[in-house]
Design a protein. Sequence first.
Length: 235
Amino acid sequence: MKVALLALISILSCFRLMAQDGRQLVVHLSESGKPFTLNVNISRAAIKVTGYEGKDVVVNVGKDESNGKESLDVTTHEKNNEVTVEGPNRKAIKLDIKVPKTAGIFKLSSVNGGTIIVDDVTGNLELQNKSGGISALNISGSIIAGTLSGRITVSFNKIDPGVPMAFSTISGAIDITFPANLKANLKIKSDHGKVYSAFPVTGDPADWLYGKAGGGGPEMLIKITTGNVHIYKRE
């Protein structure tokens, strides 16, 4: 019985904060150094994910500022290099997560917890935030980012060639910095705002603007209802 229990714990790597000073969860990946997946879908979470020179996924849980207490009901599960972070949907929490710099898949979602911030990671990012901004800096890979209200700021070190991307918000602004050697088909629209692009685009500003960066490639769809779009070129 004890052997079976230990094996189950090893496979699932399930951790729970059970004490006042238990504010950090360390998740050991089944296959260290291999590609991994990080899933976070918590309604009222401000999420920050940062790449670091380590082999574990480290989750630091901040305070529920509405009552000044630590949130003790955050759990993590790991199986086959897929890490899922779960927590309360009615409490406001802050998650500061450090991940290895090996390639990963990042699926991060929040409703009204604040900004989603990702910095210095490699892989494919799916970022959804209903009421709050999205910031993804020093990214190597691809991104799909959407929010209803908030600024989207993205900067790439490298992009995943051949992968289409999409960036959209209803109200806010979109600022994207692509590598100078970008090869993509740009499709950009701001219903109530202006578009500024370091890559040539043509079309009717009241409709869609189009451009072929580097001779063309996968589609980069950039859409905003109210606000300006800035597309920069990283030399």
